[in-house]
Design a binder for this molecule. Structure first.
Ligand SMILES: *Cc1c(COP(=O)(O)O)cnc(C)c1O
Length: 398
């Protein structure tokens, strides 16, 4: 088998239009979002208007990161220290981190083999009096959002969606992020738009958004926000909301605005790559790839599969063989956190919790990023390496 030579962490270059816009901002010297000329709308505000439009939400706030957007959303929603916040047992570290940032208590919920939150466990744990559900659409997998909104209504849960991996995704034609009080997005390098760091918060609720804008550090310049509620909503709370600086700047907004125009085109490019790998994995009798629900329009920026028959030793061997052929897979079943990959048991600031079903799924779950810098042929090659290595380990076992 010929090794694969591509780099799994190599993103595409920033588009020329974005570089030009960024250079203009640098030349102007006006990088701060409130450093505007008379009647000038800052690029950060332009981005908020454009993203609200893309998302189909009334309001949008650009901020410093996706993790900041989540903790800001919880603060603006009135989550208090000690409140219980439900979230997925399988997610990335910024999610429990955002709950810790507001001194709330994270209650972890089991996940299904489709990698979405387990609705039965959610229902059970919701009964015990949580205030909110911070739903993580981890690795782009959308839950049955009709059921999620029903459960949230039944148990009076505030729904905040972590859409770091579902920017552009939809459930039955409705955009991920539009199902509850707020949607939280990340524009960090490894997400669907790349400004290095950055976050976007969307909502239709004027009181919530006025608070979020004030909390994000708007001083008394909130009237310069162009995707914001009416001034009256700010006047009610402007002296109560502390300034917790986490603004976006015009340089990042300049880098993002032209990328937003390319997002739909890039989603198609991601999905073409994803589908090529998925088609190949589906044919394997060893690899278990779960096909996606019909209600979901996903963005295939990463792919996951299980090899349920593998022992821990097989898993380690498989990771070694695939890595030897240049294919970088992540394994979330490891007891020790590595890089971006960590399991709930390593978030030791949480109260210890046990999720046997999630443990079982993660023990043989593999995860792979699909950068757009890979061609369709690259994806075919990678898929062949995966099934080849899986096959060879099964043969060694026999
Ligand atoms: C990246 C990520 C975030 C947060 O994004 P940052 O911008 O890095 O803070 C939140 N949730 C998930 C699942 C992520 O992968």
């Amino acid at each position: 088998m010929k090794p694969f030579k591509g780099q799994f962490t190599q993103q595409e270059p920033i588009p020329k239009a974005a570089i030009d816009m960024a250079v203009n901002v640098l030349n102007s010297g006006r990088l701060h979002r409130y450093n505007t000329l008379a009647n000038e709308i800052s690029l950060t505000s332009e981005l908020e208007v454009a993203y609200a439009h893309f998302q189909g939400a009334r309001y949008c706030l650009a901020c410093s990161s996706g993790g900041y957007a989540m903790s800001l959303a919880m603060r603006a929603a009135g989550i208090k220290p000690g409140d219980h916040v439900l979230t997925n047992g399988f997610t990335l570290a910024p999610v429990p981190g955002a709950i810790a940032a507001v001194h709330a208590k994270a209650i972890l919920v089991e996940v299904t083999d489709g990698l979405t939150i387990d609705l039965d466990d959610l229902q059970e744990k919701a009964k015990q009096g949580a205030r909110a559900l911070l739903l993580s659409n981890m690795r782009g997998h959308l839950s049955d959002m009709t059921e999620i909104t029903r459960i949230c209504e039944e148990h009076d849960l505030i729904l905040i969606e972590d859409c770091a991996h579902t920017m552009g995704a939809e459930w039955i034609g409705k955009k991920s992020g539009n199902f509850g009080l707020a949607g939280c997005f990340s524009t960090q390098t490894y997400k669907h738009m790349n400004s290095g760091e950055g976050g976007l918060l969307t909502s239709d609720d004027p009181e919530f958004m006025a608070k979020a804008i004030l909390l994000s550090g708007s001083y008394m310049l909130f009237d310069r926000h162009a995707a914001a509620p009416d001034i009256e909503y700010f006047n009610e709370v402007k002296l109560e909301a502390p300034n917790m600086s986490g603004r976006m700047d015009n340089l990042r907004a300049a880098i993002l605005l032209p990328q937003l125009e390319e997002l739909y085109k890039n989603i198609i490019r991601w999905n073409n790559r994803y589908e090529r790998i998925a088609q190949h994995l589906e044919q394997s009798s060893i690899v278990k790839y779960s096909s996606r629900p019909d209600q979901e329009f996903y963005v295939g920026s990463s792919i996951q599969f299980n090899i349920p028959t593998f022992s821990r030793e097989n898993v380690l061997n498989f990771l070694k063989q695939t890595a030897g052929l240049g294919v970088e897979l992540k394994w979330f079943g490891d007891d020790n956190p590595v890089g971006f990959t960590s399991k709930y048991s390593s978030w030791q600031y949480l109260e210890p919790q046990s999720l046997p079903k999630t443990d079982e799924i993660l023990s043989t779950l593999f995860d792979m990023r699909i950068p757009l810098s890979f061609s369709i042929e690259d994806c075919e090659h990678i898929a062949q390496i995966i099934t080849h290595c899986a096959q060879s380990i099964v043969m060694e076992n026999a």
